[in-house]
Each structure stands twice: as C-alpha cells, then as structure tokens.
Design a binder for this molecule. Sequence first.
Ligand code: NAD
Length: 321
Amino acid sequence: MNKPSQATDIVFTKKFINHIYIWKGDSQMKVGFIGLGIMGRPMAKNVMKAGHELTVFDFNKSAVEELAGLGAYGATNGKEVAERSEVVITMLPNSPHVKSALFSENGIAEGLSAGKTVIDMSSISPVASREFSGELEKMGVDFLDAPVSGGEPGAIAGTIAVMVGGKKEVFDKYYDLMMTMASSVTYVGEVGAGNITKLANQIIVAVNIAALSEAFTLAKKAGVDPNLVFEAIKGGLAGSTVMNQKAPKILSRDFNPGFRIELHIKDLQNALDTSHSIHSTLPLTSQVMEMMQALKIDGNEKDDHSALAKFYEKINNITID
Ligand code: NAD
C-alpha cells in the first residue's frame, strides 16, 4: 500500500478543518459577554474559540482590549453589548453588580428586545435571580441563572460545571453554547434553582475546608505529622476533591487565590439570607461564616479560602506544616 505523502496529509487536514469550521458556522451565535475577571475572561475566550461572534464589556479596559485583540468586538457599555447580541452572558461578583449591569443607565436592558436571552453565570442570591428574571420577562426576554463551579483552572481548560435554572426550552436552546465553556451543564429546575444548587456547593466546600483544618490541628497538637495524615486518609472515606485541592495548599501555607475568602463570605451570606427567608437553619454554615469574618478582621479576605487553616492556627497557637 502507498503511504500518503506529507503534502497529502496537509490537504486532508485542511479539508477536515474546513469541514469543522462549516459545521461550527451553522450554529454560530451573536454572543455578548460582560464581566471579564478571573473567571469571565477565560470563559469568554472559550466561547470565541468555539466560533461564536463575541461582543464584550467590562469596567476594566485592559480586559476588553485583550479580548478585542483576539477578535471580539469591544463595546463601551452593556446597552451596546445587548444591541449587538442575541444572548448576553454576565459573569459578575454579586447580585448588586448584576442588577447594576442589567438596569442602570446604558445597561444591558436598554439594548435588549423581545426574543433575546440573558444567561447570568455569576454566583448570586437566588431571590435576586428571580427578581431579574421577572423584570426581563415583562420585555419578552428569557433568563437563565447558570452559576459555575471549577475555579480559574476549570475556566481556562473549559471544564467548569454549570448548574442551570430557568425554562427547560431555553436551557435546551443554549446548552451547546454553555458547553463551549464546560465539561458538564446540568438543568436543575426553574429560575433560582441554579443559584440554590451553587449555594449548596459552597456550603459543602466551606464546611469541608474547616473540617480539614480542624483535623490537621488535632494531628499537629498530638505530634502526628499532618502531611502523613493526609497521605494516609486521602484514599479513604474522608477523601474528597476539596481535600485533594486544599490540603496541599494548607500544608505548604500557600494561600494565594484561587477562590478569595471575601467571595466565599458573599456566598455564605447569600446562603444564610436565603435559608432564613424560607424558615430553615444552617448551623454549620453560620459557624464557618464567623471563622471567615474573623479572618477578614485580621486582613486575610484576599487569601484563598484554604486560609481557614489560619483561624485554627491562631486559636491553637500553632502552625500546620
Ligand atoms: P472578579 O472579581 O475577578 O471579576 C469580576 C469582573 O466584573 C471584574 O473584571 C469587574 O471589573 C467586572 N464588573 C463588575 N461590575 C461590572 C459591571 N456593572 N459592568 C461590567 N463589568 C463589571 O470575579 P471572578 O472571580 O471572575 O468571579 C465572578 C463570579 O464567579 C462571582 O460570582 C464568583 O463568586 C463566581 N465564581 C468564582 C470562582 C473563582 O474561583 N474565582 C469560581 C466559581 C464561581
């Protein structure tokens, strides 16, 4: 059999790439992206890499310029983003930021019209998600709350997990778009359900890191090396993704974020507010919230949330390493 020449290989590869390009072109959307921070910037890049036409905006001009340099259109405000897009994605810190981006002067709502969609991927209060959805519905605009988990590494690799609330048919319409940023996109119910799911995730992560810090403190005080404790237990029932990611940071005292304590305080506050509004109680969450508040008072709010270990170190007068 004749071995194909290198030239033949190149022609074939180009044909194959063209074929993929045409296939992508069929489903190309005009996408707006607002909020180009730690998470939003790499997420927006992944949307663009998948072949969608992107318009971006952030208060941070250098972030807009970076995306414009890669082929996105850099808009001057949210209104312009919405005018140029059929679907607008937001990735902002908290509920007040999303409210302002949507409804302030020259905000997204001014550029929206019936039939368009807003997908808010920020982690915000589910009560606020429902409020925003109700306002947009009056204009004939659909809304999904679609917060994410997976952190900056997941955002860069396009492997975040997305948890989505809203109308099922709107979820189905934008499933492929959300998958350009993710390894899983899961429908969890009506608007607000996405952020309820995210709050559940944040409770589990916060309590896990506190338990890890508490356990390492016991080991250290008892004279057993916490590094060996980690090695011994990580494959057993106590082992978890949180343990695998955060124990090495605690044991090497590397508290660079990652996920900042100030953002986790925001999530736990949203969890407690939501819980109180539906007459439920979260005793463990409120305990960890107070630990994070103490860390903030000590000036550690920009640290990674693995710095919960510092709270235990301080009250036990030790260092875990
Ligand atoms: P960030 O602070 O790095 O980025 C937020 C961006 O929003 C900034 O660039 C800011 O300039 C911009 N912004 C704020 N208000 C704006 C407005 N009205 N109009 C335009 N731009 C505006 O935050 P982040 O770490 O990217 O987090 C974003 C959201 O994702 C938060 O809700 C956070 O809880 C959630 N989240 C973060 C992580 C993580 O590991 N960092 C992981 C999962 C989820």
